[in-house]
Design a protein around this ligand. Structure first.
Ligand SMILES: CN1c2c(nc(N)[nH]c2=O)NC[C@@H]1CNc1ccc(C(=O)N[C@@H](CCC(=O)N[C@@H](CCC(=O)N[C@@H](CCC(=O)O)C(=O)O)C(=O)O)C(=O)O)cc1
Ligand SMILES: N[C@@H](CCS)C(=O)O
Ligand SMILES: [Zn+2]
Length: 780
């Protein structure tokens, strides 16, 4: 018998119902009960979808009002003491405090902007840090651990949800993050080893599993994605005793791994005393044979056969070819599932039909979002359980779609192939070495020491978003929309001039998103109407789809950039998203290596760089915030990735003269483990997020003697708090202790699109003042 399930389902809602409810709640327009009603309605809808798709169990525990790791912090009773909760606050209030921090004197502004994580707040309660969930564009809240962190079962939310699903008649599989992954994903806030907390944590997990069983969960999926990482020996060694201890709870456990091969953890995963093991057969198809050998016959094998990280229809014949020998080997017993939670793909293709939909019928036919992926799993299951004839039509439709995609003339563009073949070997090299470029740029730009700048975006106000929405609905004509954006840009330029910034930006008002905006203009890319995916909290992104060879039919940013430059005598930075970030934050074609697609995008961006230079733009920034996130999860794969990723960046950045200054920008990650490669990008200036680590991140750049110029972020843009001049001075002093002062720039951590104008202006005023004081101290 073949069974089916999903590791998780998107929680945000097909129409982003959760996002809008959350933001209304934060603005004080929706009370907690009404928010909970929206959550309940979404869970019920998603469980019904799972049941209707023929899954044998619905998954309970994948829902979260902000983030599932944050749910575990409450569930396991380890809310950090620094939040000072006194027991009078409700669970939901505490939850949003962990996620967003509190700034008592500016709470109105924080809530009004719908921003998610807040940074250091006036009353000393900064939000939990946010970081990337493995190699995805989803951000989780980082648990904080101290040597005396205690655990207890402190929330009934998960058990209530199990009861809710049971009351609706569903067979339930609950999902929790495993104890080792939970500890691994957290951070020590004092000098000690957080693995030491396992002993204290395990009894609470034991209680958790017993209660889930008592609540009627037939299975508990226990996620240990860290089994896909290169783990230190102590962490690997901790698995077996931990799971032996958990076995005492007598819950039926499915250990779930995903995102990368198990490799040297395969044997360990097979040995653990659990009833079932889930593996990612999309990222690690080659391990299936070994699993069939090693997993004891009495255990269930759940095969993640449908890609949970991408949106292409599954090749069902290839999937069946993989599954058949496995099923045979395991006596006809298998579970089928997506490779990972479906959190990372949009809810349904249903919203992509209709005359105004940007996706045409042909492209839509090649795709499967979360709902359609469940249907694919059901087809595969029925082939085994009921015979191929029962799904002959579905299989034929799937084959037709795949054949159409393979044969489509829209995929291959011979001109792109020809250009790549003719690419000179030195296309990734600037004309001169950095010292000469630096001298020429200094002469051309005439900037003061500690030049001030921002990262690109200024507040994406409700008015800007509303104008764009009206334009897209056809209610605002193109000329009026462009006029509105021109006004916004002019406004941003005026404000920067009056603040005294040295290098200006146009503010990105015209961009819906730093990736989608380019995706809408590049050939080989398509975009959706409602293909939203949660990025953090209530914030979502709509990743474009790369379906074919990429090229740039026409300039994408030159008009707005030259317009902005025409408004000021100061240098206006051109603002582009780099090839790796465009790749990483899109759904990428699966019919050629990612490296090839990256190279094609690099050529398109190179053309834009050349056009900006030709239009007289002296400084061009190529954002690469996702370059670190794109690193493979296994170290052994790093070298190959870094080689093509850095080459793609350099190809994009290298067509310009020495006098043209190339900036890059990175955030959301620690870069110290890839510093040589960051240096090899050879950007003239790099701006990076450093303020949240109190410039600690910069130490690596100092130790490494990073050769080019650096703008370490001096304030956290996630917070509406206005940073004090003295604090930014202190950070700059700290930076000057490790980086030569003449190479330092002054800027925020990242773009300001999620902020409001009043706090933005106040923060930048203080930042400019801090730079002036540094100039006095260091000369220049
Ligand atoms: C830098 N970050 C980014 C990541 N990934 C990206 N693809 N882009 C990024 O910028 N990953 C790492 C970080 C994550 N950070 C963020 C920060 C902010 C957001 C965010 O604000 N997202 C918006 C959606 C952005 C967008 O595409 N907006 C569109 C559509 C706006 C919209 O919702 N319109 C409404 C109607 C509005 C009205 O009538 O007033 C509608 O269509 O229904 C646009 O501007 O046109 C969000 O709201 O979640 C994301 C990641
Ligand atoms: N230029 C972009 C970079 C974000 S990582 C911005 O300022 O929003
Ligand atoms: Zn950034």
């Amino acid at each position: 018998m073949i069974l089916s399930h999903t590791l998780g389902f998107p929680r945000i809602g097909a129409q982003r119902e959760l996002k809008f409810a959350l933001e209304r709640h934060w603005r004080g327009e929706l009370d907690a009960a009404a928010l909970e009603a929206v959550g309940r309605e979404l869970r019920q809808r998603h469980w019904a979808l799972q049941r209707d798709a023929g899954l044998d169990f619905v998954t309970v525990g994948d829902f979260a009002y902000y983030d599932h790791v944050a749910n575990h912090i409450q569930l396991l009773g380890c809310e950090p003491a620094r939040f000072g909760f006194d027991g009078s606050e409700g669970e939901l209030t505490r939850y949003f405090t962990l996620a967003r921090g509190v700034a008592a004197d500016i709470a109105g502004s924080a809530a009004g902007c719908g921003c998610a994580a807040a940074g250091p707040a006036h009353d000393g309660r900064p939000a939990l840090e946010m970081t990337k969930w493995f190699d995805t564009n989803y951000h989780y809240l980082v648990p904080e651990f101290l040597p005396d962190t205690a655990f207890s079962l402190a929330s009934s939310r998960l058990f209530d949800e199990v009861a809710e699903a049971r009351a609706l008649g569903h067979a339930v599989k609950a999902v929790v993050l495993g104890p080792l992954s939970f500890l691994w994903l957290g951070k020590e806030k004092a000098t000690f080893d957080r693995l030491a907390l396992l002993e204290r944590l395990l009894p609470v997990y034991g209680q958790l599993l017993s209660r889930l069983k008592a609540a009627g969960a037939e299975w508990v999926q226990i996620d240990e994605p860290i089994l896909g990482l290169d783990l230190p020996a102590a962490w690997r060694a901790a698995f077996e005793p931990a799971y032996i201890a958990l076995a005492a709870a007598r819950a039926r456990l499915m250990l779930a791994t995903y995102f990368s091969p198990l490799a040297d953890n395969l044997n360990l995963a097979c040995r653990l005393p659990v009833a079932a093991l889930h593996v990612d057969a999309v990222r690690a198809p080659d391990e299936l044979a070994a699993l069939a050998d090693w997993l004891p016959a009495h255990k269930e094998l759940s095969v993640g056969i449908v890609d949970g990280r991408n949106i292409w229809r599954t090749d069902l014949d290839r999937a069946l070819a993989r599954l058949l020998p496995l099923a045979e080997r395991r006596g006809g017993r298998l579970w089928l599932a997506p490779s990972c939670s479906l959190l990372h793909v949009p809810v349904s293709l249903a919203a992509e039909a209709g005359p105004r939909a940007p996706l045409d019928d042909e492209l839509r036919g090649w795709l499967a979002f979360a709902t359609e992926k469940l249907a694919e799993i059901d087809i595969l299951k029925r082939v085994f359980n009921d015979g191929e004839d029962t799904v002959a039509e579905d299989l034929a439709a799937s084959r037709r779609a795949l054949a159409a995609r393979r044969a489509s003339p829209r995929v291959a563009d011979p001109a792109v192939a020809a250009r790549l073949a003719a690419l000179p070997a030195d296309a990734d090299r600037r004309r001169s070495a950095f010292p000469l470029r630096q001298a020429r740029q200094r002469e051309r730009l005439g900037l003061p020491a500690f030049p001030t700048t921002t990262i690109g975006s200024f507040p994406q106000t409700a008015e800007i978003r509303a104008a764009r929405a009206a334009f897209k609905r056809g209610e605002l004509d193109s000329a009026s929309y462009r006029e509105r954006m021109a006004q916004e840009i002019a406004h941003a330029v005026r404000r920067q001039e009056s603040l005294g910034l040295d290098v200006l930006v146009h503010g990105e008002a015209e961009r819906n998103d730093m990736v989608e905006y380019f995706g809408e203009q590049l050939a080989g890319f398509a975009f959706t109407a409602s293909g939203w995916v949660q990025s953090y909290g209530s914030r979502c992104v709509k990743p474009p789809l790369i379906y074919g060879d990429v090229s740039r039919p026409q300039p994408m940013t030159v008009e707005w950039t030259t317009y902005a430059q025409g408004l000021t005598a100061r240098p206006m930075k051109g603002m582009l998203t780099g090839p790796i970030t465009l790749l990483q934050w899109s759904f990428v074609r699966d019919d050629q290596p990612r490296a090839d697609t990256a190279l094609q995008i690099a050529l398109a961006i190179r053309d834009e760089v050349a056009d900006l230079e030709r239009a007289g733009i002296a400084i061009i920034q190529i954002d690469e915030p996702a370059i670190r996130e794109g690193l493979p999860l296994r170290h052994g794969d790093w070298r190959a990735y870094l080689a093509w990723a850095t080459r793609a960046f350099r190809i994009a950045a290298s067509p310009v003269a020495d006098e043209t200054q190339i900036h890059t920008h990175m955030c959301y990650a620690e870069f110290n483990d890839i510093l040589p490669e960051i240096a090899a990008l050879d950007a003239d200036v790099i701006t990076i997020e450093t303020s949240r680590s109190d410039m600690e991140l910069l130490a690596g750049f100092g130790d490494f003697r990073y050769p080019n110029e650096i703008g370490p972020g001096v304030y956290d843009i996630h917070s509406p708090q206005v940073p004090a001049t003295a604090e930014m001075e202190r950070l700059l002093e700290k930076a000057a202790a490790v980086i030569p002062a003449q190479n330092l720039w002054v800027n925020p951590d990242c773009g300001l699109k999620t902020r409001a104008w009043p706090e933005t202006e106040a923060a930048l005023r203080n930042m400019v003042e801090a730079a002036k004081r540094l100039r006095v101290r260091y000369g220049g």
